[in-house]
Design a protein around this ligand. Structure first.
Ligand code: FE2
Length: 209
Protein backbone atom coordinates (compact mmCIF):
# COMPACT_ATOMS: atom_id res chain seq x y z
CA UNK A 1 0.00 0.00 0.00
CA UNK A 2 2.67 2.47 1.02
CA UNK A 3 4.73 1.85 -2.14
CA UNK A 4 2.87 0.11 -4.94
CA UNK A 5 -0.41 1.96 -4.36
CA UNK A 6 1.18 5.21 -3.22
CA UNK A 7 -0.45 7.27 -6.00
CA UNK A 8 -3.79 5.45 -6.29
CA UNK A 9 -4.71 4.79 -2.67
CA UNK A 10 -2.43 7.44 -1.15
CA UNK A 11 -2.66 7.06 2.63
CA UNK A 12 -6.19 5.71 2.78
CA UNK A 13 -4.93 2.31 4.04
CA UNK A 14 -1.87 3.49 5.96
CA UNK A 15 -1.12 5.89 8.77
CA UNK A 16 1.65 6.57 11.25
CA UNK A 17 0.59 3.67 13.46
CA UNK A 18 0.35 1.22 10.58
CA UNK A 19 2.63 2.58 7.83
CA UNK A 20 2.95 -0.75 6.01
CA UNK A 21 -0.73 -1.71 6.09
CA UNK A 22 -0.34 -4.75 8.32
CA UNK A 23 -3.39 -6.97 8.22
CA UNK A 24 -5.94 -7.10 11.02
CA UNK A 25 -6.66 -10.75 10.88
CA UNK A 26 -5.67 -14.03 9.20
CA UNK A 27 -7.48 -17.32 9.23
CA UNK A 28 -6.30 -20.49 7.56
CA UNK A 29 -8.83 -23.19 6.75
CA UNK A 30 -7.69 -26.61 5.56
CA UNK A 31 -7.89 -25.41 1.97
CA UNK A 32 -9.22 -21.86 2.09
CA UNK A 33 -8.13 -18.55 3.60
CA UNK A 34 -9.55 -15.39 5.04
CA UNK A 35 -7.96 -12.09 6.05
CA UNK A 36 -8.89 -8.49 6.65
CA UNK A 37 -7.33 -5.07 6.31
CA UNK A 38 -7.76 -1.79 8.15
CA UNK A 39 -8.13 1.65 6.60
CA UNK A 40 -6.84 4.96 7.87
CA UNK A 41 -9.58 6.83 9.75
CA UNK A 42 -7.62 10.08 9.35
CA UNK A 43 -7.58 9.84 5.56
CA UNK A 44 -8.54 13.09 3.85
CA UNK A 45 -10.32 12.32 0.56
CA UNK A 46 -9.83 14.43 -2.53
CA UNK A 47 -12.80 16.66 -3.47
CA UNK A 48 -13.98 14.11 -6.06
CA UNK A 49 -13.63 11.20 -3.62
CA UNK A 50 -15.55 13.17 -1.03
CA UNK A 51 -18.47 13.50 -3.47
CA UNK A 52 -18.34 9.77 -4.29
CA UNK A 53 -18.20 8.76 -0.61
CA UNK A 54 -21.38 10.60 0.13
CA UNK A 55 -23.38 8.09 -1.93
CA UNK A 56 -21.90 4.69 -1.08
CA UNK A 57 -18.45 4.39 -2.57
CA UNK A 58 -16.39 2.09 -0.44
CA UNK A 59 -12.95 1.12 -1.78
CA UNK A 60 -11.31 4.05 -0.04
CA UNK A 61 -13.26 4.33 3.17
CA UNK A 62 -14.15 7.65 4.76
CA UNK A 63 -17.00 7.03 7.21
CA UNK A 64 -15.91 4.97 10.20
CA UNK A 65 -19.06 5.61 12.20
CA UNK A 66 -21.20 3.04 10.38
CA UNK A 67 -21.36 -0.50 11.70
CA UNK A 68 -19.94 -2.96 9.15
CA UNK A 69 -22.29 -5.68 7.93
CA UNK A 70 -22.56 -8.70 10.22
CA UNK A 71 -19.84 -11.31 9.93
CA UNK A 72 -17.36 -9.40 7.77
CA UNK A 73 -15.15 -7.90 10.48
CA UNK A 74 -13.95 -10.94 12.44
CA UNK A 75 -11.33 -8.95 14.38
CA UNK A 76 -14.05 -6.48 15.43
CA UNK A 77 -11.68 -3.65 14.60
CA UNK A 78 -13.19 -0.17 14.28
CA UNK A 79 -10.89 0.60 11.32
CA UNK A 80 -11.90 -2.46 9.33
CA UNK A 81 -12.36 -1.84 5.58
CA UNK A 82 -11.92 -5.07 3.64
CA UNK A 83 -12.25 -8.82 4.01
CA UNK A 84 -10.64 -11.15 1.51
CA UNK A 85 -11.91 -14.72 1.27
CA UNK A 86 -9.87 -17.07 -0.90
CA UNK A 87 -11.64 -20.25 -1.94
CA UNK A 88 -9.30 -22.98 -3.13
CA UNK A 89 -8.22 -23.29 -5.85
CA UNK A 90 -9.00 -20.17 -7.89
CA UNK A 91 -11.79 -18.00 -6.49
CA UNK A 92 -11.67 -14.96 -4.22
CA UNK A 93 -14.41 -12.78 -2.74
CA UNK A 94 -13.39 -9.31 -1.51
CA UNK A 95 -16.09 -7.97 0.78
CA UNK A 96 -16.42 -4.30 1.63
CA UNK A 97 -19.05 -2.15 3.21
CA UNK A 98 -21.34 -1.54 0.24
CA UNK A 99 -20.56 -4.33 -2.16
CA UNK A 100 -18.06 -6.99 -3.09
CA UNK A 101 -15.68 -8.08 -5.81
CA UNK A 102 -14.86 -11.56 -7.01
CA UNK A 103 -11.81 -12.93 -8.78
CA UNK A 104 -11.53 -16.03 -10.90
CA UNK A 105 -8.03 -17.10 -11.82
CA UNK A 106 -7.88 -19.35 -14.88
CA UNK A 107 -4.55 -20.88 -15.85
CA UNK A 108 -4.21 -20.70 -19.63
CA UNK A 109 -0.55 -21.72 -19.97
CA UNK A 110 2.26 -22.72 -17.67
CA UNK A 111 3.19 -19.05 -17.30
CA UNK A 112 -0.07 -17.23 -18.06
CA UNK A 113 -3.26 -16.67 -16.08
CA UNK A 114 -6.54 -15.09 -17.05
CA UNK A 115 -7.70 -12.97 -14.10
CA UNK A 116 -11.45 -12.23 -14.19
CA UNK A 117 -12.76 -9.55 -11.86
CA UNK A 118 -16.43 -8.83 -11.20
CA UNK A 119 -17.93 -6.08 -9.06
CA UNK A 120 -21.27 -6.44 -7.28
CA UNK A 121 -23.23 -3.52 -5.86
CA UNK A 122 -26.74 -2.97 -4.55
CA UNK A 123 -29.04 -1.63 -7.25
CA UNK A 124 -28.38 2.15 -7.30
CA UNK A 125 -31.36 4.20 -6.22
CA UNK A 126 -30.33 7.30 -8.14
CA UNK A 127 -27.68 8.76 -10.43
CA UNK A 128 -25.54 9.87 -7.49
CA UNK A 129 -25.26 6.31 -6.17
CA UNK A 130 -24.49 5.05 -9.64
CA UNK A 131 -21.71 7.60 -9.96
CA UNK A 132 -20.37 6.55 -6.60
CA UNK A 133 -20.33 2.89 -7.58
CA UNK A 134 -18.57 3.65 -10.85
CA UNK A 135 -16.02 5.64 -8.89
CA UNK A 136 -15.43 2.59 -6.67
CA UNK A 137 -15.14 0.34 -9.71
CA UNK A 138 -12.46 2.41 -11.44
CA UNK A 139 -10.59 2.99 -8.18
CA UNK A 140 -10.45 -0.72 -7.64
CA UNK A 141 -9.46 -1.33 -11.25
CA UNK A 142 -6.46 0.95 -10.80
CA UNK A 143 -5.41 -0.82 -7.60
CA UNK A 144 -5.53 -4.29 -9.08
CA UNK A 145 -3.77 -3.19 -12.27
CA UNK A 146 -0.95 -2.13 -9.97
CA UNK A 147 -1.13 -5.53 -8.24
CA UNK A 148 -1.01 -7.33 -11.58
CA UNK A 149 2.07 -5.39 -12.68
CA UNK A 150 4.07 -6.89 -9.80
CA UNK A 151 2.85 -10.39 -10.66
CA UNK A 152 3.91 -10.01 -14.28
CA UNK A 153 7.34 -8.85 -13.17
CA UNK A 154 7.63 -11.68 -10.65
CA UNK A 155 6.70 -14.18 -13.36
CA UNK A 156 9.40 -12.75 -15.63
CA UNK A 157 11.98 -13.18 -12.87
CA UNK A 158 10.89 -16.77 -12.24
CA UNK A 159 11.00 -17.53 -15.96
CA UNK A 160 14.54 -16.16 -16.19
CA UNK A 161 15.74 -18.86 -13.79
CA UNK A 162 18.05 -16.34 -12.14
CA UNK A 163 16.59 -17.07 -8.72
CA UNK A 164 16.28 -20.59 -7.41
CA UNK A 165 14.15 -19.73 -4.37
CA UNK A 166 11.66 -17.17 -3.22
CA UNK A 167 11.53 -16.55 0.52
CA UNK A 168 8.17 -15.46 1.92
CA UNK A 169 8.15 -13.24 4.97
CA UNK A 170 5.88 -13.68 8.02
CA UNK A 171 2.95 -11.75 6.67
CA UNK A 172 3.02 -13.77 3.45
CA UNK A 173 1.78 -16.80 5.36
CA UNK A 174 -1.21 -17.09 3.02
CA UNK A 175 1.17 -17.66 0.11
CA UNK A 176 3.04 -20.27 2.13
CA UNK A 177 -0.26 -21.93 3.01
CA UNK A 178 -1.40 -21.82 -0.61
CA UNK A 179 1.82 -23.47 -1.78
CA UNK A 180 1.49 -26.19 0.84
CA UNK A 181 -2.17 -26.88 0.03
CA UNK A 182 -1.47 -27.03 -3.69
CA UNK A 183 1.57 -29.27 -3.27
CA UNK A 184 -0.49 -31.68 -1.18
CA UNK A 185 -3.40 -31.51 -3.56
CA UNK A 186 -1.38 -32.52 -6.59
CA UNK A 187 0.61 -35.06 -4.58
CA UNK A 188 3.97 -33.32 -4.42
CA UNK A 189 4.53 -34.13 -0.74
CA UNK A 190 4.64 -37.36 1.20
CA UNK A 191 3.20 -35.80 4.33
CA UNK A 192 0.68 -37.43 6.61
CA UNK A 193 -2.26 -35.78 4.92
CA UNK A 194 -3.38 -36.46 1.38
CA UNK A 195 -6.10 -34.52 -0.35
CA UNK A 196 -8.56 -36.25 -2.60
CA UNK A 197 -11.53 -35.05 -4.57
CA UNK A 198 -14.67 -36.26 -2.83
CA UNK A 199 -18.15 -36.83 -4.17
CA UNK A 200 -20.21 -33.92 -5.42
CA UNK A 201 -17.15 -31.88 -6.38
CA UNK A 202 -16.12 -31.17 -2.78
CA UNK A 203 -12.45 -31.11 -1.92
CA UNK A 204 -11.93 -33.09 1.27
CA UNK A 205 -8.83 -33.90 3.26
CA UNK A 206 -8.42 -37.41 4.53
CA UNK A 207 -5.55 -38.94 6.50
CA UNK A 208 -3.32 -40.94 4.19
CA UNK A 209 -3.78 -44.68 4.49
FE1 FE2 B 1 -2.46 -4.47 -3.69
Amino acid sequence: MAFLHRRSARDSYTDRKNPFSHALYFKLFPLHQRWSLPANPEYRPSPLEAVAYRYASFVLKSDFTREPPKGVNPAQDPNWVLNINAVFPNYTIDMLENGYFTYNFWPIAVDRTLWEVRAYFPHPRNAAERFSQEHARVTYRDLIMEDASTMENTQAVIASGAKTHFNFQDEELLLRHDNKVLAEYIGLTNGRVRVRRGGGGNHVRRPAA
